[in-house]
Design a protein around this ligand. Structure first.
Ligand SMILES: [Zn+2]
Length: 278
């Protein structure tokens, strides 16, 4: 299993990080991607990734909920880090995106920051980790615009495939509709699936594998994630999340797709390796 999204730099893990990482490794977690959320997290992400090089893999970006008046200054710092990484090279730009859930004060600034960071990813030839909450339409529109700007649009939009067989990024913590999933796939992106899918009354399973005869969302466009410390799966809901608990997500996907759990692990790991070029 590969965890494509876990905030292991969160202070909740600082206490016994060695033991925590050992537990994940013993449970079959191959590696963990640690996204940044702002300019301050450059240092904390670097610090944990330096302790476990090749196992904890860093990304850097300005999360939409971190966008305020001073976002340009913060972006400058993050750009400098991406250009001159302190530890291992960053494997992605993220997390970036739009979030209108709690606050839309900085809607325009969020969109500007998102555009700028998508542009960096194109320049640096890195995949992106996208956070989108209550902002699907704007997120998809901006991604589309940027792809046009980057002249990448033809293959993805005309043929629905990714350049060089790789994807451009992931919509992390996906919990949207079948139609939204299709639009994301058409743009050449993957969906990050985490603990949400195990929640009771969660409609995501039916969106990925509709019961009404529509074709299932292809498994080769899904990657596993935790969004740890958040989003712990049932039966650990509410607790500090761990990458090894992705087995509960795997089991839910295995039941939905009617495939062995090992197939879910193999395919999603392969997808993650392709997407993040591991
Ligand atoms: Zn996150």
């Amino acid at each position: 299993m590969i965890d494509t999204h876990a905030h292991i730099d969160d202070p909740q893990y600082a206490d016994q990080l060695d033991a925590f990482i050992r537990d994940q490794q013993q449970a079959g977690v191959e590696c963990i991607i640690v996204p940044g959320v702002n300019d301050d997290s450059i240092a904390s992400v670097d610090a944990v990734c330096r302790q476990f090089p090749g196992y904890l893999l860093p990304a850097a970006g300005l999360h939409p909920e971190e966008v305020r008046e001073d976002y340009r200054l913060r972006l400058d710092r993050i750009r400098r880090a991406l250009m001159q990484p302190a530890v291992t090279p960053y494997i992605a730009v993220g997390e970036i995106g739009l979030d209108y859930h709690f606050d839309t004060t900085y809607r325009a600034e969020q969109q500007d920051a998102f555009r700028i960071q998508l542009q960096w990813a194109a320049e640096l030839d890195l995949p992106v980790i996208i956070h989108s909450r209550d902002a699907t339409e704007d997120t998809l529109r901006i991604v589309r615009e940027q792809m046009v700007n980057a002249q990448m649009v033809h293959d993805q939009m005309v043929h629905g495939t990714c350049p060089n067989g790789t994807c451009l990024g992931v919509f992390h913590c996906f919990s949207g509709s079948y139609e939204t999933a299709r639009q994301i796939l058409d743009l050449g992106f993957c969906l990050g699936i985490g603990g949400v899918i195990t929640f009771k009354n969660c409609r995501l399973r039916d969106q990925l594998v509709p019961a009404d005869g529509r074709p299932a969302i292809p498994l080769d466009r899904l990657v596993l994630e935790t969004d740890a410390p958040y989003m712990a799966p049932v039966p650990f809901r509410g607790r500090r999340n761990e990458s090894r608990w992705m087995t509960y997500v795997v089991d839910t996907l295995a039941a939905a797709y009617n495939l062995p759990a090992q197939t879910i692990i193999d395919v999603t790991s392969r997808n993650a390796r392709t997407l993040f070029r591991l």
